[in-house]
Design a protein around this ligand. Structure first.
Ligand code: C2E
Ligand code: CA
Ligand code: CA
Ligand code: CA
Length: 274
């Protein structure tokens, strides 16, 4: 048992070492990715339930690395968040998304913002300056934050949210239901809408609880004056259930996969749900 234990320790050390090396090489690659033009922003349609039309797009980052191939954001974003890289990436995505948004009159763009970006003292002012420079009305720009942002530092986060709203931006709480927040403790934050996490949508039609959760979240959010976006809608069954529940917006492969900038501009001009 003792020998087994020791060799396990060695294996563990080696894999730690390998994962540290992997992180290091991702970080080094990411540092050059912007200059090497390896990054791209793709856009996924967001549909308004009542009008059944595309009203906006969520900007999602893609990295096609010459060294590693396609690396999903779920891998490189957390690494970027642990260094200052997330600031450069965030600024790059924002600049791209705002430039593209100008090609979609009447539609909004929704941009994911990490906790570290959000906590920067100049976050709101820098965003407002960029949006003004691009001559875009701030109400066409939605910022997506996660629950971590609020609960890490609630007094300052609440203040930043107020300033964002005051500047005219919309704010969405992403991945709702996966963290610690409940509708009770988010009611005092300035939020325009909740995005119900895909894990709850996945359960629709399979688990009774999923439908109950989606229904009650939607109902309470509406009574608090917030919109509800269902994300990760993949099937007709889910779509029907979500429409019945009264979600204000729908997003997912059922309506459209993330697409490149040109395809997105064409879709926005066509104006109809795919
Ligand atoms: P998220 O913000 O929750 O984005 C939704 C994710 O679900 C996206 O994955 C999207 O492609 C995927 N998705 C949308 N509809 C469906 C569906 O019907 N089925 C399935 N299976 N998946 C669907 P993606 O693009 O891989 O992004 C993963 C996460 O990486 C995002 O989750 C977000 O947290 C982060 N991320 C992506 N781009 C950025 C960015 O520019 N900045 C920051 N800070 N984070 C980003
Ligand atoms: Ca998001
Ligand atoms: Ca999400
Ligand atoms: Ca997510």
């Amino acid at each position: 048992a003792k020998r087994g234990g020791r060799s396990q320790v060695r294996l563990f050390d080696r894999s730690m070492d390998e994962s540290a090396r992997f992180r290091h090489s991702i970080e080094a690659g990411l540092r050059q990715a912007i200059a090497k033009r390896e990054l791209e922003v793709v856009y996924q349609p967001i549909i308004a339930r009542e009008a059944a039309e595309v009203v906006g797009f969520e900007a999602l980052l893609r990295w096609n690395s010459a060294e590693h191939g396609e690396i999903p954001p779920s891998v490189f974003i957390p690494i970027a968040e642990e260094s200052n890289l997330i600031h450069d990436l965030g600024e790059w995505v924002t600049a791209e998304a705002l430039a593209e948004c100008r090609r979609w009159p009447g539609h909004f763009v929704s941009i994911n913002v990490s906790a570290r970006q959000f906590r920067r003292q100049d976050f709101v002012d820098a965003l407002a300056a960029r949006v003004a420079a691009a001559s875009i009305s701030p109400d066409r720009v939605q910022i997506e934050i996660t629950e971590t942002v609020i609960f890490d530092d609630d007094a300052r986060a609440a203040e930043t949210l107020r300033r964002l709203r005051h500047a005219g931006f919309r704010v969405a709480l992403d991945d709702f239901g996966t963290g610690y927040s409940s509708l009770f403790n988010i009611r005092n934050y300035a939020l325009d809408c909740l995005k119900i996490d895909k894990s709850f949508i996945d359960g629709l039609g399979r688990e009774v609880e999923a439908a109950a959760i989606v229904n009650s979240v939607t109902h309470l959010a509406r009574s608090l004056g917030m919109g509800v976006v269902a994300e990760g809608v993949e099937t007709e069954t889910q779509n029907q259930a979500l429409r019945l529940a009264g979600c204000s917006h729908l997003q997912g492969f059922y309506y459209g996969h993330p697409a490149d900038a040109d395809a997105t501009a064409a879709l926005a001009l066509a104006g109809e749900a795919p």
